[in-house]
Design a protein around this ligand. Structure first.
Ligand SMILES: CC(C)(COP(=O)(O)OP(=O)(O)OC[C@H]1O[C@@H](n2cnc3c(N)ncnc32)[C@H](O)[C@@H]1OP(=O)(O)O)[C@@H](O)C(=O)NCCC(=O)NCCS
Length: 181
């Protein structure tokens, strides 16, 4: 699609072949994980590893935040976090827990790792709040399918949510409600 951000995965809804699944562990990221995660993020999403290391350290130190990593044979192959954000004064995105930053190393994509990282964070939020939110560029179709497949529904469309502007000018605010017990 013209104008698609190269940082997004190429959209392939029905791959001709399925990759073998791998043994993955999902754990809270430790300080020791940060350098490898920073390199992975810089490679997959741009910016420098130093910038990412600062960002990941700051998120880990936040009060209502979670930083997790997916590992294969002890090596980080995926990264994701959660942050509690106040209501945004300009774009009016509501206060609450937001899933942010999910990235799977390109070599390890399409083996269910993004799904695992997202499911883990949804459960973490639901232990604290009945609503979990995220925002996604309208052009990031792989991410939209990932989140929709886990029960996220569109709440609004806009040029920015929580101050984040989107490739192509439009993003979607999504939410998923905790299952009723
Ligand atoms: C989005 C991303 C995290 C998905 O990670 P992943 O480990 O490849 O995803 P999974 O294997 O768990 O896929 C789960 C579902 O998401 C959807 N999906 C994932 N990648 C897709 C792709 N390239 N094309 C179409 N659908 C895709 C599919 O519905 C998939 O289910 P299926 O494999 O049964 O068809 C990964 O592509 C990535 O790191 N992208 C770059 C960073 C990014 O855009 N992050 C999201 C920011 S909001």
């Amino acid at each position: 699609m013209a104008g698609t951000d190269p940082r997004f995965a190429t959209y392939v809804p029905h791959p001709a072949e399925r990759l073998a699944s791998v043994a993955v562990t999902v754990v809270e990221a430790s300080g020791d994980d940060v350098p490898a995660l920073a390199v992975m993020q810089a490679r997959a999403r741009g910016g420098t590893a130093d910038e990412w290391a600062d960002r990941i350290h700051r998120t880990r130190q936040g009060e209502r935040t979670l930083v997790i990593t997916a590992k294969v044979s002890g090596e980080p192959v995926g990264y994701a976090n959660v942050a509690f954000l106040p209501a945004h004064p300009v774009d009016r995105a509501p206060a609450g827990y937001y899933l942010t930053g999910v990235t799977v190393d390109p070599v390890w994509r399409r083996r269910g790792i993004g799904k695992l990282l997202t499911r883990r964070r949804m459960d973490w939020v639901w232990e604290r709040d009945p609503v979990v939110r995220c925002f996604v560029s309208a052009r990031n179709r792989a991410s939209l399918d990932l989140h929709r497949g886990l029960g996220f529904k569109r709440v609004a469309a806009g040029a920015s949510f929580q101050g984040v502007e989107f490739t192509g000018g439009e993003g979607l605010l999504l939410r998923a409600d905790a299952p009723r017990s």
